[in-house]
Design a binder for this molecule. Structure first.
Ligand code: SAH
Length: 201
């Protein structure tokens, strides 16, 4: 599939118009290796090195829809990898902080975001399971690597009132997306569909 075909196919798969526009605005080829640029508009994950992958674009879109982002939101992106998911998030909110464990990927993501003309994302190198308390609370937290058993407590703690978090979580029943929302009386956690991500280390 080329970029034009990809964009034509979006409305059937992504319903939120703001998310559609964000997908249309970010060139995915900037976030993959040059030798994989021809595959940048396949609806599939692709290798980005160090055993990691850039997520499937429609899954990125779906997770953005689940986060119900508003233009004033401040967002934490855990497992920033190539920076593509952070780039889409950045078009839907005010500010994104990304955390990536692998220094090499964090640097490459920063360069790709700059090449895409995106200036409201900061990518830091570190353990995203601890979140980023210095900029908390977040209106939304996006996690792109699978936690075992539960969503890391630090990430839930850094959610603002009304904040949303989406994360893949694995247990005996398999690996599923979990949507968390903070209410005044506490947290609500809902299990959604099965997914496959690389592990949160
Ligand atoms: N959102 C990325 C997907 C990358 S795959 C994209 O759009 O390209 C998940 C990423 O999580 C990998 O790059 C991996 O290195 C990173 N990761 C795994 N465990 C982590 C941790 N504890 N803290 C931060 N990043 C982590």
């Amino acid at each position: 599939m080329d970029r034009e075909a990809f964009l034509r196919s979006l409305p059937a798969r992504v319903h939120d118009e703001r998310v559609q526009a964000a997908m249309a605005a970010v060139p995915r080829e900037l976030f993959v290796w040059p030798e994989l640029a021809a595959a940048a508009y396949e609806d599939a994950p692709l290798r980005i090195g160090l055993g990691q992958t850039i997520s499937q674009p429609t899954l990125v879109a779906h997770m953005c829809e689940l986060l119900e982002l508003r233009p004033t939101d401040r967002v934490l992106d855990v497992g920033t990898g190539s920076g593509y998911h952070a780039a889409i998030l950045s078009r839907l909110c005010a500010r994104v902080w990304g955390i990536e464990l692998e220094r090499q990927l964090a640097l490459r993501a920063t360069q790709a975001l700059r090449a895409a003309g995106i200036d409201n994302v900061t990518v830091l190198c570190g353990d995203g399971a601890a979140g980023l308390p210095e900029h908390a609370p977040y209106d939304a937290v996006n996690v792109a690597a699978t936690a075992h058993g539960i969503v890391p407590a630090a990430l839930e703690q850094q959610l603002a009132l009304g904040g949303r978090l989406v994360a893949p979580v694995a247990d005996d029943e398999g690996e599923q997306l979990v949507l968390v929302r903070r209410f005044e009386h506490g947290l609500e956690r809902v299990r959604l569909e099965s997914v496959r991500f690389v592990p949160l280390r």
